[in-house]
Design a binder for this molecule. Structure first.
Ligand code: ADP
Ligand code: MG
Length: 451
């Protein structure tokens, strides 16, 4: 009940303080409840808590009261930020009405106006994915089907898919382009089953010219949705209609996905978006900073700030963007140049989170899960290949992803000698060069661990 009120309060605040302020200050707050007239919040840093308390508490209090909850005081404490992506600000739709392709009753998701080819910065890690997406966006005869884009969170998969849709719509407005997430696909399917509309569901999905399904890993393990997806997929491929799919990993790596679906997904062009490198991050920051500068007229950025962010925030582009957004909002509020010190103060929570170190335990756990062996075997004495190989892979990752020394790593692997670790690391280095499957496994594990 009170959460519902907080939802209303948020909506109202977004209108009254503007989207940028909202995203910067209100969105990071977690509402922790209301008791005896005190509304409690958890803020990711004391800085944000203080700021909201000083600048917005009157408005927040008033909105609570208007929504029928007596609030006389706000209280902020700091805590660990939630590790999920922030929910979109409620006014996002109102401010940037998405000019979704003419509806024609396609059950798709709206496209984000900002996600175009123009705004996509190309660098080495995403060049191939970008080129493939461009090709599909040109329309023309289908050359690879499906286009399968995969990569970690926030690397631009959704951006590229929307860009393809915008481009196709711009070139050929008559095309029926359907974009939706795999989750939405499942939801529509279940709804159709429930409403006994399965025939019209099939008809709609089989009548599109281009079908794009985002985050397809979502339907892994969901049998009847997979079944339907498979039939839709085949029907469209048979009619030579373009399909674009994204996932957080390669088709072969998606657990609980039927073999026949995996192999169909592999039939087209499979391209991955690699983790960003420093140059790409800097390029993206420079591009976004230009937009923000126009938006915040006249705000200046000290030299070195973007480089600092590109160097320190390596997780994903979404986090990078959020940081820049907050920085500009903050700079405009305090009305002075954004310096390095200001950036460090204002972004302390994000910078801290980016410092997160991978531990040997996490590596051992992820690798055992991946190869389906027991965690205890990872550190135990067994020497059969099916266990020894994953163990060596874990050693290799421990060496490369942590700062631990070889003797320390040896201790964590059941007290093995440092020469054993060194041998394991070398072995994996050799295999990696010779065995593409193993190289792929390593890349996947590394991505999972650093996500
Ligand atoms: P994914 O779907 O892979 O999780 P998104 O496509 O949602 O990631 O990208 C996350 C955010 O980062 C979006 O705001 C997107 O515009 C931005 N982004 C990612 N890659 C790039 C890029 N190469 N150039 C510009 N913006 C990017
Ligand atoms: Mg996405």
């Amino acid at each position: 009940m009170t959460n519902e009120i907080w939802g209303n309060v948020r909506d109202e605040l977004c209108k009254s303080i503007g989207r940028n302020n909202f995203v910067t200050w209100i969105e990071p707050l977690e509402f922790a409840g209301l008791s005896s007239g005190v509304a409690k919040f958890v803020a990711p840093t004391s800085f944000i808590g203080d700021w909201v308390s000083r600048n917005f508490s009157e408005q927040i209090r008033r909105q609570f009261n208007l929504n029928g909850a007596e609030v006389s005081r706000l209280e902020f404490c700091t805590g660990a930020p939630r590790r999920k992506a922030p929910a979109p600000a409620p006014a996002a739709q109102a401010e940037a009405p998405s000019r979704a392709p003419e509806d024609r009753d396609l059950p798709g998701a709206p496209l984000d106006e900002r996600f175009t080819f123009d705004s996509f910065v190309v660098g080495k890690p995403n060049a191939l994915a970008h080129a493939a997406a461009r090709r599909v966006g040109e329309g023309g005869p289908v050359t690879f089907n499906p286009l399968f884009l995969y990569g970690g969170v926030g690397l631009g998969k959704t951006h590229l898919m929307h860009a393809i849709a915008w481009e196709l719509q711009a070139r050929s407005p008559e095309l029926r382009v359907l974009y939706l997430s795999a989750e939405q696909f499942m939801y529509r399917f279940i709804q159709a089953l429930r409403d006994k509309q399965i025939m019209s569901f099939k008809e709609v999905f089989r009548s599109v010219d281009v079908l794009m399904v985002d985050d397809v890993q979502f339907i892994a393990g969901k049998e009847s949705t997979q079944e339907e997806f498979f039939h839709t997929f085949n029907a469209l491929v048979d009619q030579n209609r373009q399909i674009v799919i994204s996932a957080d990993r390669a088709p072969g790596e998606i657990k609980d996905l039927e073999e026949r679906i995996k192999s169909r997904l592999q039939c087209g062009l499979v391209v991955d978006l690699h983790p960003t490198d420093y140059e790409l991050r800097l390029g993206i920051l420079q591009q976004k900073a230009e937009t923000f500068k126009r938006q915040y007229g006249g705000l200046s950025l000290a030299s070195g700030v973007l480089e600092f962010l590109a160097h320190r925030i390596t997780t994903n582009v979404r986090v990078l963007e959020g940081a820049l957004n907050r920085l500009f909002a903050f700079g405009s509020l305090v009305g002075r140049e954004i310096t390095l010190e200001l950036a460090q103060e204002c972004l302390s929570d994000i910078l801290r989170a980016s410092d997160r170190k991978v531990t040997i335990e996490e590596i051992q756990r992820k690798v055992s899960e991946h190869y389906n062996i027991r965690l205890s075997d990872m550190i135990g004495p067994k020497r059969v290949r099916t266990i020894a190989r994953p163990r060596q892979i874990a050693m290799y990752l421990a060496k490369h992803l942590t700062e631990r020394s070889l003797p320390e790593i040896g201790r964590r692997f059941g007290g093995r000698d440092h020469t054993t670790i060194m041998h394991g690391v070398r072995k994996v280095e050799e295999l990696r060069a010779a065995d593409p499957q193993l190289a792929e496994d390593l890349a996947l594990l590394q991505r999972l661990l650093q996500a």
